[in-house]
Ligand binder design. Structure first.
Ligand code: ADP
Ligand code: MG
Length: 271
C-alpha cells in the first residue's frame, strides 16, 4: 500500500521525536497543490490536532505521515520502536468512515491487520480481545457492523487501528459524523486510552472545540495549500474531564484558536 520512498527512518534523538516533517509539499497529479511547505515535529507520546478548513490538506498530511503517499518534495520521517518494525505496523490509521467489512463480525474486522501481518492465530486472538476491551466492545465481538450504532462502529474502527499496538495513531476526523453526546464520550475514552497506552496521536478535525478539549498542542493550518498558521499549546490540567469543557480556561483557548483559524477561512465562499 505504501508508496516507495514515502517515509524515511528518523532517530528519535534527545527530543524523543515520533514524526518530523521538513519542507514537505504535496502536489497531486492533477496539479492541485494540496499541502505545504510544512515543517512539523511531533514528540513521542504527544497528542496534537491538525485543525483547518475543508480541503486545506489535513488528510493529505496524514496520508504522507502514514507512508500511503510520497511527498512531492521535502522529507517525512517517522521513528520506529525497532529497526525491524515496518511502518505499516507502527502506525494505526482511523478514517472518518469506519470502513468496516459488512459481511463479517466485529472480531474479524479487528483481526484484519493481524491477518495481513501473518500473526499466529493464538497471538491474534489475544490481541483482538485486548483491543476490543480497550474500546469497550468486548461484548460485541460476534456482532456484525450493521448491528452497531455509529459510535460503536467507530470504536470497532479504533480497535482495528490499535490491534497491532502501533506507536503512532493517525485519526482523520473520526468523530465528525457522530452526535454530540456520543462524540463527547468517545473524546473522553480516547483521552483515557492515550494516557494509558502512551501513543503518539495526530488527530485531524475541523472542530475548534474538539481540538481544544483533546490536544496538548493545536496546529492551525492555512487554506490550501495547507501550511502552519499558528501553533497553540493547551496547558490544561490532566486528566481532562467534563469540568474542563465548561471552564473559563477552555472558553479562552477556544477563542484564541478560533481567532488563529479565522484568516484560513477568509476569502472562502460563505457556507
Ligand atoms: P482536507 O482533509 O483538509 O479536507 P485533503 O487533504 O483531503 O483536505 O485535500 C486537499 C486538496 O487536495 C483538496 O483540494 C482535494 O480536492 C485535493 N486532493 C486530495 N486528494 C487528491 C487526489 N488523490 N488527487 C487530486 N487531488 C486531491
Ligand atoms: Mg480530510
Amino acid at each position: 500500500m505504501a508508496e516507495p520512498g514515502a517515509l524515511s527512518e528518523i532517530d528519535a534523538g534527545p527530543a524523543g521525536l515520533a514524526v518530523r516533517l521538513r519542507g514537505v509539499t504535496k502536489v497531486y497529479d492533477n496539479g492541485v497543490a494540496a499541502l505545504g511547505p510544512l515543517d512539523l515535529d511531533v514528540r513521542k507520546g504527544e497528542f496534537i490536532s491538525l485543525l483547518g478548513p475543508s480541503g486545506c490538506g489535513k488528510s493529505t498530511a496524514l496520508r504522507l505521515i502514514a507512508g500511503l503517499n510520497a511527498p512531492s518534495s521535502g522529507e517525512v520521517g517517522v521513528a520506529h520502536r525497532s529497526r525491524e518494525a515496518q511502518a505499516a505496523h507502527s502506525i494505526g490509521f482511523v478514517f472518518q468512515e469506519p470502513t468496516l467489512m459488512p459481511w463479517t463480525s466485529v472480531r474479524e474486522n479487528v483481526r484484519l491487520p493481524l491477518r495481513i501481518a501473518h500473526a499466529s492465530p493464538a497471538e491474534a486472538d489475544a490481541r483482538v480481545a485486548e483491543a476490543l476491551a480497550q474500546v469497550g466492545l468486548a461484548d460485541f465481538a460476534d456482532a456484525y457492523p450493521r448491528e452497531l450504532s455509529g459510535g460503536m462502529k467507530m470504536r470497532a474502527s479504533l480497535a482495528r487501528a490499535l490491534v497491532t499496538d502501533p506507536d503512532i495513531l493517525l485519526m482523520d476526523e473520526p468523530f465528525a459524523a457522530l452526535d454530540e453526546i456520543t462524540r463527547f464520550r468517545l473524546n473522553n475514552d480516547l483521552l483515557a486510552l492515550w494516557r494509558n497506552l502512551r501513543k503518539t496521536v495526530i488527530f485531524v478535525t475541523h472542530s475548534v472545540f474538539e481540538s481544544v478539549y483533546l490536544s496538548q498542542r493545536i496546529v492551525v493550518m492555512t487554506a490550501r495549500p495547507g501550511r502552519i498558521a499558528a501553533e497553540i499549546r493547551i496547558d490544561a490540567p490532566e486528566p481532562r474531564t467534563e469540568d474542563f469543557r465548561t471552564s473559563p480556561a477552555y472558553a479562552g483557548y477556544c477563542r484564541e484558536v478560533s481567532n488563529a483559524l479565522a484568516p484560513s477561512y477568509a476569502g472562502q465562499a460563505v457556507s
